[in-house]
Design a binder for this molecule. Structure first.
Ligand code: PMP
Length: 283
């Protein structure tokens, strides 16, 4: 495994970060996860735009211009054999001494990137769908920033795992915002529905792509608040993320969604999504 650290490509064991890195000490940093198919990055510009937004949200400059990110990420993929891989990248405010919460006068950001093979989308999971649980959202009010401060998401994902579920849907004031690591969609009276962007959810790149597919194919879609009660009576529920694409949800807490099977709208969007990936692979 070859990783990128501060301008160098290194075997993982040779990559070293200071224990005083503010990413380690304060979780003072942001990240992105970008899928690549056949060595080609999916929606790179959108991911870099979101990176800029996360960085400006924590008052950091982007240490690299977009073209340098693109060159570095493509080189990283190439050095790891291309194919279907997701790239994880992270920028922190870097090492600083003494330990002090306020920013260092002259930050030296840490830039790290690595890739991991993307699991084939599991047909069993697509045919059966997955159970999820709901839980009050215990995060802060800047969930639109993709920060490495992920402890609430870690705890929510573990809770799902403990209960034999795939994801935890996060609830604020009775509304379903998103999953711990995914966005949420529901088919309500035939209309594809997802909560509007705002401070309480991450603007998912997959979410935007699904809305774009709906517009392209003339499928009715809306961005609207979804009360948990309404979600339970939906025709279909899905979760979306870059690494898992669209996953049908067939149970929320103890309740089956509709027939308890993935629905026809899911099957349609799954096909449209896969067609996009196939087009990307062949360029
Ligand atoms: N919400 C949260 C909290 C996430 O961590 C993620 C990414 N894993 C998503 C939504 C989905 O975003 P994307 O489609 O860009 O992967």
């Amino acid at each position: 495994l070859i990783v990128h650290l501060n301008g160098e490509f290194l075997p993982l064991p040779a990559a070293r970060i200071s224990p005083l890195d503010r990413g380690f000490v304060f979780a003072d940093g942001v990240y992105e996860v970008i899928p690549a198919y056949g060595g080609r990055l999916l929606r790179l510009q959108e991911h870099l735009q979101r990176l800029d937004n996360s960085l400006s949200g924590i008052r950091m400059d982007n240490p690299l211009p977009h073209h340098a990110w693109q060159e570095m990420l493509m080189e990283l993929l190439r050095r790891n054999g291309n194919g279907d891989q997701s790239v994880y990248l992270q920028v922190t405010r870097g090492p600083a001494f003494p330990r002090e919460h306020a920013f260092p006068a002259h930050p030296r950001p840490t830039v790290f990137a690595m890739c991991t093979p993307i699991r084939e989308s599991d047909p069993a999971l697509r045919e059966a769908g997955v159970p999820v649980i709901s839980h009050p959202d215990i995060r802060w009010d800047r969930c639109d920033l993709k920060t490495v401060s992920l402890l609430p998401a870690v705890l929510m994902k573990q809770l799902a795992k403990d209960r034999g579920a795939f994801e935890t849907l996060l609830i604020r004031q009775g509304l379903v915002l998103e999953g711990a690591a995914s966005n949420v969609f529901a088919v309500l009276d035939g209309v594809l529905t997802t909560p509007p962007k705002g401070p309480f959810l991450l603007p998912g790149i997959t979410r935007d792509l699904v809305l774009e597919l709906a517009a392209e194919h003339g499928f009715p879609a809306q961005e609207r608040d979804i009360p948990l009660e309404r979600l339970l009576s939906a025709d279909e529920v899905w979760i979306t993320s870059s690494t898992r694409a669209i996953v049908p949800v067939t149970r929320v807490d103890e309740q089956s969604i509709a027939s308890g099977r993935p629905g026809p709208v899911f099957a349609q969007f799954h096909d449209w999504y896969q067609a996009r990936l196939a087009a990307l692979r062949t360029g």
